[in-house]
Structures are given as C-alpha cells and as structure tokens.
Ligand binder design. Structure first.
Ligand SMILES: [Zn+2]
Ligand SMILES: [Zn+2]
Length: 417
C-alpha cells in the first residue's frame, strides 16, 4: 500500500491524501487553498479512483472535489449528508466571491451530489478492495475520520479533529483497532488551548461587562460551526441581551437544526437559534448596531461579510468591543486588528478605540490533545499533515522522542507501507 500527500504537506490548506493498493486508488479529501489566490492539490486521474471520501465541509478539504466530477465516469463520494449540504453551500459561495478563474462550475457540484453515498458515524463500507470505517472527528457538525484497510494494512486519516467536547460536537476518540499508519493533522502543534469551560465563563463575563456599559459586542465568526457554537454558549449562560446573527451563518443554523444526530447539545442549539434575531437587510444592520447588544457575524477573520460593515460602525467608540473567537491567519484584517489595533476603512488605516480581545475557541485539538491521541492510537508510523512547517517540526520531534516513527508530509511525496 502507498499513501501519497497531494496537498496539505507543511501547509494548512488543500488537503488531499491518495491511498493506492494493487493499482487502484481511494482519495481522502480534495480541498483548495483560498488566501489571496486559489491553489489546488496535485492532479489525480478520476478513472483510477474506486471511491472518494470527504471528512468535512470546510473548503480546504472539499473545495477541489468538483474537479473530479467533471470527468466521464466519476467515482462515488462517501460523506455524511450534513457535510454534503454544507460543502455545496460553501463551494457555491466560493464560486460567487472569488475573482480568480475556477476550472469548474455548479454543474460539477450538482454531479458530485448525485454521486454521493450518504454515510453516518460508525458506518463501514467497501469500495473495490478498500474497507472503510467512519468515525466521529469532533471538529464541526458532520465531520468524520476514516479508517481504511487494504492489502492487510490499516491507515487512519483524522481530517481535522478535536478530542475536546464542545456544545456542537462530541470529542473524537481513538478507534481501538490496530493502525499501521496514522495520518494526522497538526494545525495547533506547539500550541495549548485553555480549559474549555473556564474559557466559556471568561468570554460570557466579558460580553456581559461590555453590554452592561451600553456597548455593542461584535463577534466575527465563521459561518459553519463557530457562529452557532458561540450562540450555544451565550444561550447556556442565559445572557439576557439582544443577540443578532447575520450572513451565511443564518442559513447554516437552519441546516444544522435538520441533523440532530450530528449535534451534541441539540436542545441548546435549538433554543439558541429560537432566541437569536436574524438580521436580513442593510437597514436592520444600521439599526441593530446603534443599541447595546451582541452581534455574531461572518467573516471570522473580518475579510468582508457583514462583520466588516459592523466593524466600520463600532470600531471607533471605546464603549464597544470586538471579540475574535477563531484563529486569525497572517495578513487578514483580523490579524492586523489583533497585532496592531488598527482597522482599514475607506482606504485609510485607523486606530481602533473599541476593546479588542481574542478567545481561543478552537475546533482542533491543541498540542497535548494531538500527542495524547497518537498515544491512544499507538500506530506503527505517523504521517503529519495540515500544519505550518515550523509547527509540524515541533510535533515531529516530540513524537520522535517518544519513540514513534514519524514522517513529515510533503506535497507529491508518498509513504510506502
Ligand atoms: Zn476544518
Ligand atoms: Zn482543515
């Protein structure tokens, strides 16, 4: 068996792992990188694929899949129905907003949907000589890991995973079977997350303080997962303030409610969504930002979306606050705001007077969780992907010291089993 990294080697983005056995291949994820420009993983021949499995909806795992569904006789796609629905929404949005040339259209996305075999957690299926087992990944609703067996060897591919329980999803667990090769993400290698419950309390207290002082709290959040997780936390602590949800996060909230099996605290999500008010017009946007309250809106890194509109209105009043709740990539407005305290508005750089704080609500395990997961799986070999180069190296040396055989994934390079 051979496992090739086609994307996601020493980088966070365009994940693609190709498993080959006896001349046949099975593809795990086929994502894209979408920063300033769009980049794709290495090429695959759709005719050689006996199947494709998608771990979760984020574009860095799903975005390039339509390329495979433009071919004459494309393979089946195995994924959860929730992941399919969210992926289609994200890919359609990507096609709308990107200015780059994209070598596919919605036709291929529809074709992908028509070739999908829906899976659920703990399913097992066969594709050619490959036996595939599905497990919860704990990352976002609908997310899974895959165990693939062929030629007497077993690999476990985590996709993005989190062993810490959140309001939306249960934590991931090691599958309790022998694993020859563990292909594991390393986004937060070298970084530790604070204890979740304490972080929630701290966050809620800060929100309350700002609103009690008659300020507006803007919470820029990703449309899929993070925005709804934040609503669940505000609901759990029963904050009595007007709370608003804007952007694509509204549509995603509606989709999540249709999949109770994939939600950890479903009733909490349900009451959170019943309580929150949807902002649907520019006029409403102008109105809600004038009164004390909480606004949850994409984009999570303030790269456009309604959050950028709100930022222009609230940034220059010290009563207000911006609470960032996710990782801010370098060169994004969110990162600039955190590092330098500035906001670029109408072409000029301005100092922000509102309070700016960052809360580490991650949907990936931190360094300790990754190492602990490896210890629980006890694989023969570890292949590290989905991490920035220097962080992956920290994790690699940590695992080497513990006696594991470790390979740092590189694009275009395969591991033999
Ligand atoms: Zn993800
Ligand atoms: Zn990812």
């Amino acid at each position: 068996m051979e496992v090739a990294v086609l994307g996601g080697g020493r980088e966070v983005g365009r994940l693609a792992i190709l498993v080959k056995s006896r001349g046949k291949s099975f593809l795990l994820d086929y994502g894209l990188m979408f920063n300033d420009k769009v980049s794709y993983p290495g090429h695959v021949k759709p005719g050689e694929l006996v199947g494709v499995a998608l771990t979760h909806a984020h574009l860095d795992h799903s975005g390039a899949l339509p390329l495979i569904y433009g071919s004459a006789n494309p393979p089946k796609l195995y994924t959860t129905p929730l992941t399919l629905e969210l992926s289609m929404l994200l890919i359609a949005d990507f096609l709308n907003i990107t200015r780059d040339y994209v070598p596919f259209e919605m036709g291929e996305v529809e074709r992908m949907a028509s070739k999908t075999v829906p899976t659920s957690l703990n399913d097992e299926f066969e594709a050619g000589d490959f036996v595939v087992r599905v497990r919860n990944a704990g990352h976002i609703p609908g997310s899974t890991m895959f165990m693939i067996e062929a030629d007497g060897k077993t690999i476990l591919y985590t996709g993005d995973f989190n062993t810490i329980e959140t309001r939306l999803v249960e934590g991931a667990r090691a599958p309790g079977r022998h694993v020859d090769l563990l292909v594991i993400e390393a986004t937060y290698a070298g970084v530790e997350h604070p204890p979740r419950r304490e972080l929630e309390k701290q966050f809620v207290e800060r929100v309350a303080t700002v609103v009690e002082n008659r300020g507006v709290v803007l919470i820029p959040a990703f449309s899929v997962g993070r925005a709804q997780e934040i609503l669940c936390i505000l609901e759990k602590y029963d904050l009595p303030y007007p709370t608003y949800l804007d952007g694509m996060a509204r549509e995603v909230a509606g989709i999540l409610l249709q999949y109770p099996n994939f939600i950890n605290e479903y009733q909490l999500l349900r009451s959170a969504i019943e309580r929150v008010k949807y902002v649907t017009s520019r006029r409403e946007r102008k109105r809600v930002v004038e009164k004390p309250g909480v606004i949850v809106s994409p984009a999570g890194m303030l790269k456009g979306g309604p959050a950028a509109f709100y930022m222009n209105r609230i940034a220059f009043n010290p009563k207000n606050a911006v609470f960032l709740v996710s990782y801010q990539l370098p060169n994004t407005p969110g990162r600039l705001l955190l590092d330098k305290g500035v906001w670029i508005s109408g072409g000029s750089v301005k100092m922000v007077e509102a309070t700016v704080e960052w809360f580490d609500f991650s949907s990936h395990g931190g360094h300790s969780e990754i190492v602990q997961f490896v210890d629980e799986v006890k694989p023969e070999k570890v292949l590290l992907v989905h991490g920035e180069g220097d962080k992956v190296d920290i994790l690699a040396s940590d695992l080497l010291e513990k006696g594991y055989e470790v390979v740092v994934g590189r694009n275009g390079v395969a591991v033999e089993l």
